[in-house]
Design a protein around this ligand. Structure first.
Ligand SMILES: Nc1ncnc2c1ncn2[C@@H]1O[C@H](COP(=O)(O)OP(=O)(O)OP(=O)(O)O)[C@@H](O)[C@H]1O
Ligand SMILES: [Mg+2]
Length: 295
């Protein structure tokens, strides 16, 4: 059973005191560090003996762990709080099957009561899982920050980037909400472009994708900064650009460099996979509006 499945299972068994204790540990951890029992008792406004009951139970359920004199949340602890948040807001009522297990996140199907299917992305960024240039830089910035902060930040950043893209095209999945290290997304269909599926309009596809990058850049002012065949989904006819936590503003000092990197990733994939050639500089000029068309 994955951490997320454990979190979902344990959700209903938690008592009010346990929720308050979890919330106290979370508040302390995102602030000054790992709270000891005394501080936790003040923060959760519970008598010390109740706190020690709660921490014992939470430890047994795998939601808290001891760290020196204090307590820290586990990944399950973080995820159970996020799930509770979505349930309380009536956004989801059940967790479905796992959709994908990535290096930096696990993605589950989640269902609303009305039957909408969401993709719930749960970040699990660790010290060694950063890959792209941009993400390495982000790691340096965050070097002294905790696992928690990095994952909370990724979820928040992805949510805000997708909100900027909302309504511009159905090819940007809608972000419904975020909580802790998780972001709740509209579920889209399709497989990764990296699997080289057959495309209805092979020669038009690259233009469509560059056109979406152009919309993101020119209308929302965003560069994805990690775009490649792995972060594009397709059903053969439509395309979806996903995975936006590292997106930067077009005005970012390295914005042009990051955009050129994205353009080159996409054009080089189309050359290798489908034998379609577009000069990256032409792609870049089109995406940034320096030219009106690709040719
Ligand atoms: N909105 C969505 N709807 C349906 N499936 C999705 C959605 N978002 C992500 N996925 C699935 O989850 C996978 C991983 O998503 P994403 O690329 O955003 O995360 P990641 O942490 O970068 O994962 P990886 O390390 O594998 O690249 C996608 O390839 C896709 O299969
Ligand atoms: Mg990805």
């Amino acid at each position: 059973m994955s951490t997320t499945e454990k979190a979902a299972r344990v959700l209903k068994s938690l008592k009010d005191e346990e929720w308050r204790t979890l919330a106290g540990v979370e508040r302390a951890s995102t602030g000054y560090g790992t709270p000891d029992a005394g501080r936790l008792s003040r923060m959760s406004r519970l008598p010390p003996e109740r706190v020690s009951f709660a921490t014992g139970d939470l430890e047994r359920k795998g939601l808290l762990t001891r760290k020196g004199q204090g307590f820290a949340l586990t990944r399950e602890g973080v995820e159970v709080m996020a799930l509770k948040d979505y349930v309380k807001k009536d956004l989801i009522f059940a967790l479905g099957a796992i959709i994908a297990k990535g290096k930096e996140s696990d993605v589950y199907e989640a269902l609303s009561e009305e039957g909408s299917a969401y993709a719930l992305k749960l970040y699990k960024i660790g010290r060694t899982s950063f890959t792209s240039v941009r993400k390495k830089r982000a790691r340096e910035d965050a070097a002294f920050r905790s696992w928690m902060t990095a994952n909370y930040e990724a979820a928040r950043r992805e949510y805000h980037a997708l909100r900027k893209l909302e309504g511009l095209s159905p090819s940007f999945p809608r972000a419904v909400a975020y909580s802790r290290s998780t972001v709740l997304l509209e579920e889209v269909s399709g497989v990764r472009l990296s699997q080289r599926p057959g495309l209805e309009d092979q020669s038009g596809a690259l233009g469509v994708i560059l056109g979406l990058m152009r919309t993101a850049y020119m209308v929302a002012g965003l560069v994805n900064a990690d775009l490649s065949e792995y972060n594009i989904l397709t059903d053969g006819a439509s395309f979806w650009l996903i995975d936006w936590p590292q997106a930067v503003d077009a005005s970012h000092p390295n914005g042009n460099e990051l955009l050129m990197h994205d353009v080159k990733s996409v054009t080089s994939f189309f050359r290798r996979a489908y034998g379609i050639t577009v000069d990256p500089q032409k792609g870049f000029d089109y995406v940034t509006g320096r030219s009106q068309a690709l040719e």
